[in-house]
Design a protein around this ligand. Structure first.
Ligand SMILES: Cc1cc2nc3c(=O)[nH]c(=O)nc-3n(C[C@H](O)[C@H](O)[C@H](O)COP(=O)(O)OP(=O)(O)OC[C@H]3O[C@@H](n4cnc5c(N)ncnc54)[C@H](O)[C@@H]3O)c2cc1C
Length: 397
């Protein structure tokens, strides 16, 4: 296992370009977006033009070809500025484009992946249902054979980008008795297909720029060209995408922690109480030190996991069992620790701000609300611990 890691000059240049772009174009609209709870269509459109919706996708399929490390650089920078934009990019890229890249036919890649990576189409991913959350193999949306294809009926929940997406990677049961072991299949559904409607969009504690939509399927008919990966192989498609998503969530958490720590450090050096900046109080210094230590540790975890995924390549049929297990354990570790450390660090940063940290509209108050979902979506942290524990019992430390 490689433990050395450094960024190439091209990766550093990409990070610098992203940071400049986000500070200029996204940072100014975030407070209003949070208040109005509107999807940030204009800034998403500008990011699509810049190629930021296809960062890990090879150039031959319309992406920037910067791998998972480049993708995590983008997510880290997004986390510093706004986690809603991070979640919109993440749902599209990790959970929409990656399944197409890894499991799509050449025809599906040309039809769905290229426009998505170029930023011409927005993607979403739909696994969760009212009765199937953590137990994600228990989906009840059924896909029955119909002609040469399938007819899908059911209800999906909590779909990020669900209201805006052009295409959704959606999991349905082709053999409900078999569950995750061969009974679930991934499908590609387009907005506006007969029988597919967007239902309620949730009001949320944070991530106010994202839609979290219900999708209702009433006898949606699809041809065989809409099956992504093998029939019955949908659970593997979903879990493989989530391994990428969980590392990128860690990167978004890292950015949010960096912004919170820098903001708290700056505030603590300016805010004077008892005749001196509060940063001079040891109790505040200890908080700042703990925050900085978590940032430092997560940085290594995120980029080690991303570099490992890059090293494995994009053809899952070439990965051995051990490589798969390591990748999955790393992704669960990064997601779990990253989200919990982000909650801790942002909580301490808010505390350092005193009453100001609790005032609606301050960046730290928004970050506090936005961070909490990291412990829940893309698999709760209880589930990440189960993933790590199962691998531990199987392979040891
Ligand atoms: C803002 C937002 C965006 C989302 N985006 C998407 C999306 O784009 N696509 C998508 O498909 N889904 C999405 N989700 C759904 C999300 O992934 C699920 O909410 C999550 O996986 C948990 O499922 P659940 O809500 O049904 O909770 P449940 O599974 O009902 O869990 C409830 C509690 O029980 C615990 N628990 C359950 N089983 C176990 C166990 N075996 N051992 C220990 N504890 C357990 C859980 O950890 C949790 O604490 C999103 C959710 C939100 C809120």
């Amino acid at each position: 296992m490689a433990i050395e890691f450094s960024f190439t000059p091209d990766q550093e240049a990409f990070r610098a370009a992203v940071r400049t772009f986000l500070e200029r174009e996204v940072a100014p609209i975030v407070a209003e977006m949070d208040e109005t709870e509107q999807f940030p269509a204009a800034t998403v459109g500008r990011m699509q033009q810049e190629g930021y919706f296809g960062v890990p996708i090879p150039e031959e399929y319309g992406g920037l070809g910067l791998g998972k490390v480049g993708y995590c650089l983008l997510l880290e920078e997004l986390g510093r500025v706004d986690s809603s934009h991070g979640a919109i990019v993440g749902a599209h890229t990790s959970l929409g484009t990656i399944p197409l890249l890894y499991f799509g036919t050449e025809e599906q890649k040309r039809k769905f992946l290229v426009p998505a990576a170029k930023g011409e189409k927005l993607l979403a991913f739909s696994l969760t249902e009212p009765g199937s959350g953590s137990d994600s193999g228990a989906v009840l949306t059924v896909a029955e054979p119909a002609g040469t294809g399938f007819r899908l009926t059911g209800t999906k929940l909590y779909v990020t980008n669900g209201r805006e997406a052009d295409t959704v990677v959606l999991l349905a049961a082709t053999d409900p008795k078999r569950g995750p072991n061969g009974g679930v299949t991934a499908f590609l559904l387009d907005r506006g297909m007969p029988g597919l409607t967007v239902g309620r969009c949730e009001k949320k504690m944070g991530l106010h720029g994202t839609s979290t939509a219900e999708l209702d399927l009433d006898h949606v008919e699809v041809g065989p060209d809409r099956v992504l990966g093998p029939v019955g192989g949908g659970f593997v498609v979903a879990m493989t995408a989530l391994d990428v998503g969980r590392v990128s969530l860690g990167a978004c958490s890292l950015g949010a922690m960096e912004a919170a720590t820098s903001g708290a450090l700056d505030f603590a050096q300016k805010r004077v109480q008892f005749g001196q900046p509060i940063a001079q109080h040891e109790a505040i210094q200890f908080k700042l030190a703990d925050m900085a230590m978590k940032v430092h540790a997560l940085r290594y975890l995120v980029y080690q996991a991303a570099a490992h995924q890059d090293g494995l390549g994009t053809d899952p049929s070439r990965w051995g069992r051990r490589a798969r297990q390591e990748k999955t354990r790393e992704a669960a570790t990064v997601k779990c620790l990253g989200s919990e450390w982000a909650s801790d660090v942002i909580d301490e940063a808010l505390q350092i701000h005193g009453g100001l940290g609790y005032i609606r509209g301050t960046p730290i108050e928004r970050a506090y609300r936005d961070a909490r979902i990291g412990e829940i979506f893309e698999g709760t942290n209880e589930i990440q611990r189960l993933v790590v524990a199962r691998d531990l019992l199987d392979r040891g430390l």
